[in-house]
Write a new protein. Structure first.
Length: 301
């Protein structure tokens, strides 16, 4: 029964559906629930630092429940994005438009990027493709090559854009992390093409493919729904990205690995990420808040 707690993630699309169909302040329901009510509840609930024991870990690894829960998010995320783009102009007031836009932005961050990140770590190509679809809903596909082969290698060093410096302003970090990770993703793919003996702009270059697909999606939205829909797609995608970068800021703030005399760095350990043991956060983010373990063993689902 312990695994059923992860069904709490469906609270997000439920509240967003109420936002899309409601009026007035009700359109801000996801913001109120996930950024006010849940944090207040976390203050009252005892944090849970417990890990699965070995027997539980083996059972979980062979239980398809967790994977299918993730898979179910793909049609939900894409469906809600289409719903938003086709209906946002029906908002009766500017207040309602703002509420629904914020709600969709939260979905882009929590489901689009967070679960896209999880599936992007899988070794199965189909699961990676599902992760790419989710990240596409936030125009964040460059995250995969950068995160998997850049961030995990360079975390807690000044060579990692997503590692916040001590005393760095969040607003500066947003820009530095996002732009830095984007260009690092291109560099990583250029190096990969060189290793496999392909042109920098080969069709095997993931960044080239991601860029083309994102442009195609944007053009299709523009041609089929209109320029205003394209603008709001970019806005909700940016909302998801800002959530990602804010989480990045918190997870690695001020942490640096020791640099050895030969210029290499100490191995990545659990002390190079901040953890949160709050019970609701662990559930609705699929344990992403247990970030030290993620960097210690990135391939662990």
């Amino acid at each position: 029964m312990r695994k059923l707690k992860y069904l709490t993630i469906y609270l997000l699309p439920l509240t967003v559906a109420i936002s899309f169909t409601g009026e007035g302040l009700l359109t801000f329901l996801p913001l109120v629930v996930f950024f006010i009510l849940i944090p207040l509840a976390e203050l009252l609930l005892k944090p849970d630092a417990r890990n699965l024991d070995e027997k539980e870990r083996k059972l979980a690894a062979n239980d398809p429940f967790y994977d299918w829960l993730l898979y179910s998010m793909i049609p939900i995320q894409i469906g809600f994005l289409c719903w938003f783009l086709l209906s946002f102009q029906n908002a009766g007031t500017t207040l309602e438009l703002v509420g629904r836009t914020i709600s969709m932005g939260i979905m882009c961050g929590v489901i689009g990027i967070n679960i896209g990140h999880e599936l992007g770590h899988r070794t199965n190509r189909f699961e990676q493709f599902l992760g790419e679809l989710l990240l596409l809903t936030s125009l964040e596909n460059h995250f995969l090559p950068y995160h998997n082969r850049g961030h995990h290698n360079n975390v807690a060093t000044h060579g990692d854009p997503a590692t916040a410096r001590k005393s760095e302003w969040l607003y500066i970090f947003w820009f530095r992390s996002h732009v830095g990770s984007y260009f690092q993703a291109w560099q990583i793919e250029f190096e990969r093409m060189h290793i496999i003996g392909k042109s920098k702009f080969s069709v095997q270059n993931k960044m080239l493919v991601y860029t083309l697909v994102q442009l195609i999606v944007c053009v299709l939205i523009f041609l089929t729904i209109g320029q205003l829909a394209l603008l709001f797609f970019v806005i909700v995608a940016a909302g998801g990205i800002l959530l990602l970068e804010t989480v990045n800021y918190i997870e690695h703030y001020g942490l640096l690995r020791e640099k050895r005399e030969n210029g290499t760095y100490d191995r990545v350990r659990r002390i190079h990420s901040w953890n949160s043991n709050h019970v609701f956060g662990r559930v609705v983010l699929f344990e992403l808040s247990r970030h030290s373990d993620h960097h210690y063993k990135p391939d662990r689902p």
